[in-house]
Design a protein around this ligand. Sequence first.
Ligand code: GLY
Length: 375
Amino acid sequence: MTTTEPYTTVSVDLPGRAYEILIGPGVLSEAGPRIAEMTRRPHVTIVTDAHVAALHLATLQEILAGQNLTSSALTLPPGEATKCWRELETTVEWLLSEKVERGDVVVALGGGVIGDLVGFAAAIMRRGVRYVQVPTSLLAQVDSSVGGKTAINSPAGKNLIGAFHQPSLVLADTDFLATLTQRDFLAGYGEVVKYGLLGDAAFFDWLEADATAMRDGDVAARVRAVARSCEMKAEIVMRDETEQGDRALLNLGHTFCHALEAATGYSDRLLHGEGVAIGCGLAFELSARMGLCSQEDPSRVQAHLKKMGMKSTLNDIPGELPPAATLLELMGQDKKVIDGKLRFILARGIGEAFITDDVQAADVIAVLENQLALG
Ligand code: GLY
């Protein structure tokens, strides 16, 4: 990570497809010069959603125009339902109608839904065109815009159709975070806290002390949190781009989260990042129950989430949840199941996560039931 005021840069040094993540307030202004350098044609195609377009599209287009780049935009409906075959077809056909070629650059302006969909469209268009991620949500800035996982959803499950296709540049403008609702911001924070819990105890210590300032708008704290998250993700992706091993660590909390998202019908009852935060707490509960970490660790995780004003346990999810056995069954449908065995990310302490399939169903059920019983 390097900081040349006002931006921080994290490099993802993958052979043949290295790229930079620029982080900071106002970093969107780099879109003009950076994209001008990258593209042969002085024309840029942007894909966004209606919500983000109203907030940020005109600014991006003005910045591009400042470098004599013309641009055209496709505006899709906001929301998870957009990550589907139909909108993928709309996007690819629109890019073809715009005569996008191999030498061109497509910009994904939006949160995780737009980033995943546009990344996938870029992966399959003419067998791969370059794309720039301009993530506008905290979740997208710290997770989905980095690392090249692209996807749409299938009726059979989330993110089941996709490709690994790395972006050519990521511009994470922390000013965008001021336009998020508190709920969306905190849901994205679920992924930030995950990084401390999985591999950096000192980062978690700092979050315990300073993340309320970050939540309340402290710009330096926001930059530090986004930059450290991206740096950790970049390190893991460089070790294991296609998730043959270590990359699965990024799924801390996700086995529980995916079951909870399925149980709540992928609805507004539980946002993905909220499920990740609750799932991290449960992963530490399970680790403590199995004697892997101290009993204090899950309490510390939950106390921090509570202090941030976040959902911290199953009982914070509105409405009824199915019984623990049904939740366990839903975990079995997670796409990370290998040979029918559930893979969990557990921890030997804060910042010391590891991957295992050596988990007894009875322990998972007990952890879920204990938390549900606390009401
Ligand atoms: N979001 C998890 C990963 O990118 O691997």
